[in-house]
Every structure is written in structure tokens, then in C-alpha cells.
Ligand binder design. Structure first.
Ligand code: CO
Length: 188
């Protein structure tokens, strides 16, 4: 499937509000191919040359509904620092991921979130959990995985999994107080 900034579905297309369904395992060739295409998009999107050549907007994740497929498939590529401040790349091609536990501690990005499907600016804090545990099938390593994500990676997981329920990041911004701060929250 050709995925670029022209083919990605944009808000307010109602498709983005559809619920995505789990896919059967083992993965069909079709679902695996779509996951691969989603992953390739994200991977190439942060390569300046590739992004320019293929019309890709930089991203750390994309879910299948954003290309019009209501299936619980998502690809995530996050380059960040680990606990010891060493550069690390977390990358996944997930089928049927779900959050099995979330911390009470909250977290948000100081500069707010963005989304490949949302062109309009929606400034404000998107309050999420600081840590989540995600369980699902990772087609990149071909195994069931349980991922403990914290901080930025945890936020990316929550953003992508929200797409499965038709939720967009700005739905979680308090309209009365967009820059709301939460005591004890992790500010990234
Ligand atoms: Co998004």
C-alpha cells in the first residue's frame, strides 16, 4: 500500500472515528504486509532525504485506521534515551496490542502532541499515564510480547492505541484549561 502524506486519512474524516477490530493470529499475509508498510513509513519518515523524496511527514507511530483499515495494527519507532541516558531505538510492528496496566502517575508532553491525521493545530496538554504495560503480537520479532513502557514511549503507545477506539489526541485536552498541569506528573 502506498502510504504518504497524501494518502493518510485526515481529520475530520469519520473513518478516523471508527473502531478497529483485532486481527486473527497467526497473521495473514495481507495483515503482515500492511504492518510492514506502516513500519516502513515510520522508519523512513525521520530520514530527511527519504521523507522529502516520498512525501512523508515525520512520525513515531502510525495505526492502520489512518490508512483506512479498521484493524488493530500499529507500527512504532521511537529513538530515545534509556535509563542510563544511552541512545536506544524501540521499534514494534504490533497486532492486537492492548494496555494491561497503567500507572497512576500521569505524564504529558510540554509542547503537546501531533498526529499524521490531524492537520489543524491543537495546543494543550494531553494527560496520559506515565507508564503502561502493553501486551500484543510483535510481527517484527514474530512473538507475543509484553512491553513495559515509560515516559515518551508510554505516551506514544497510548496515542497509537487510542486510534483503535477512534480517539484523537486533542479529545484528551481539557477545553476549559488546555495548559492544565497535574501535580506529580512527569512533564516531557
Ligand atoms: Co495519531
Amino acid at each position: 500500500m502506498l502510504i504518504n502524506n497524501d494518502t493518510i486519512i485526515k481529520d475530520p474524516d469519520p473513518v478516523l472515528r471508527q473502531k478497529s477490530l483485532p486481527v486473527p493470529l497467526p497473521l495473514s499475509e495481507e495483515d503482515r504486509a500492511l504492518l510492514r508498510d506502516l513500519y516502513t513509513y515510520v522508519k523512513e519518515s525521520t530520514d530527511e532525504e527519504k521523507a522529502k523524496e516520498k512525501n512523508l511527514r515525520p512520525a513515531v507511530g502510525i495505526s492502520a485506521i489512518q490508512v483506512g483499515v479498521p484493524k488493530q495494527l500499529t507500527a512504532i519507532v521511537v529513538n530515545t534515551l534509556d535509563k542510563n541516558q544511552q541512545p536506544v531505538c524501540y521499534e514494534y510492528m504490533l497486532a492486537n496490542p492492548r494496555i494491561i496496566s497503567s500507572s497512576l502517575q500521569k505524564a504529558y508532553l510540554e509542547d503537546g502532541e501531533g498526529c499524521l491525521s490531524v492537520v489543524e493545530e491543537h495546543p494543550g496538554h494531553v494527560i496520559r499515564s506515565a507508564r503502561v504495560t502493553v501486551k500484543g503480537y510483535d510481527a517484527l520479532t514474530d512473538q507475543m510480547v509484553q512491553i513495559r513502557a515509560r515516559g515518551y514511549l508510554a505516551i506514544v503507545f497510548q496515542h497509537e492505541l487510542d486510534h483503535f477506539t477512534g480517539t484523537l489526541f486533542y479529545d484528551r485536552i481539557d477545553p476549559k484549561d488546555p495548559e492544565k498541569t497535574i501535580e506529580g506528573a512527569l512533564v516531557i
